[in-house]
Design a protein around this ligand. Structure first.
Ligand SMILES: [Zn+2]
Length: 160
C-alpha cells in the first residue's frame, strides 16, 4: 500500500517522489509515489481527467439479447430451484466501438502517458460475476507515441 505522503518511511522520501510547490505547513517536502503523482490522493489533486467510455452505436439499433443463467449452490454444487435468471446483453461478437478521452493536465509528470498506455495494454476484458466473458476488448489509441525520454526517466528512477 502506498504511504502516500511518506512521513513515516524514510525510504519513501526519494527525490523523484517530491512534488513541486507541495510542502507541509511546517515547510517539510511532501513525497508522493509515481502513481499518486498521476492519479492523485487525498493530499494531492489528480493530474489527469478520464472521460467515460461512451458507446458509439445507438442502443435502440441493437437487438435485445437475453442470456440465461442459473444460480448455483456452492455448498451442494447444484443448481438452485427457481433461480433461473436472464441477463440482458449485447449480441455475441458485435464488437461495439466505445470512445473516450484521457486529458493530461499541463503539470502532469512526463512519464504519465507512458504508464497509462502500458496499463491500458494490460486490460483485455471488462466485467465480472454475471458479466464475466462479455467484455473482451481491444484498444485503438489515437496517439500512442511516447517520448523516449519518458521511458528513460522511468528507467532511471527504477535504478535508484
Ligand atoms: Zn502513491
Amino acid at each position: 500500500m502506498c504511504p502516500q505522503v511518506g512521513l513515516s518511511q524514510s525510504a519513501f522520501q526519494r527525490s523523484d517522489y517530491t512534488v513541486e510547490r507541495k510542502v507541509f505547513a511546517d515547510g517539510r517536502l511532501q513525497h508522493h509515489c509515481l502513481i499518486c503523482q498521476i492519479f492523485g490522493n487525498p493530499a494531492l489533486p489528480s493530474r489527469i481527467v478520464v472521460d467515460d467510455l461512451l458507446c458509439q452505436v445507438a442502443p435502440d439499433t441493437l437487438p435485445e439479447v437475453l442470456r440465461p443463467g442459473v444460480t448455483l449452490n456452492r455448498r451442494r454444487r447444484t443448481a438452485e430451484d427457481q433461480k433461473l435468471f436472464l441477463l440482458e446483453t449485447s449480441p455475441v461478437n458485435v464488437q461495439l466501438p466505445f470512445a473516450g478521452h484521457i486529458h493530461l493536465e499541463p503539470d502532469c509528470p512526463d512519464y504519465t502517458k507512458a504508464l497509462i498506455l502500458a496499463a491500458l495494454h494490460h486490460i483485455h476484458a471488462l466485467g465480472g460475476s454475471k458479466s464475466a466473458g462479455l467484455g473482451w476488448l481491444t484498444w485503438d489509441i489515437a496517439d500512442a507515441t511516447v517520448d523516449e525520454n519518458a521511458w528513460a526517466l522511468l528507467k532511471k528512477e527504477a535504478n535508484l
